[in-house]
Design a binder for this molecule. Sequence first.
Ligand code: FES
Ligand code: FES
Length: 167
Amino acid sequence: MEKIAVTLTVNGRERQALVPPRMLLSDFIRQELALPGTHVGCEHGVCGSCNVLVDGAAVRSCLMFAVQLDGANLTTVEGFGGAGELHPIQQAFWEEHGLQCGFCTPGMLAAASELLARTPDPTDAEIREAIAGNLCRCTGYEYIINAIRAAGSKLRAPEVEITAEPV
Ligand code: FES
Ligand code: FES
């Protein structure tokens, strides 16, 4: 089958690839881009573990084809934070015990990121609604909700001012 050329930005870097027209985005991410942090659970759009950010929106990568990403900006969990540094949302999940086995976590981070970008100070009801499509078998959700609330606080906090050294 003829492959199709796609160009997209992946975690801040431009990538080009030739992909079969029916290759799922989740397979493309894990196999072609070699980014295994995107987890695949149900493979039919129910669990949310495969969520990634496409142009800032949390989408289920098992329900999209890779060719749909031509020209898009893709962020996977590997694109959160920097070298040796957690993103504030990841830090909040760490501090608030928002994960146990971690299987659902990449998808939760994507959902949280989309929510906090459009609603910086969400209510608990808004947090619950934002992660309503993400299943977690471990935490009971309360710690995840606490983590997203805490992440919002971190992201809203003003930058620490760097003052000049006294002379
Ligand atoms: Fe995509 Fe479950 S693996 S929603
Ligand atoms: Fe295990 Fe959510 S932490 S599934």
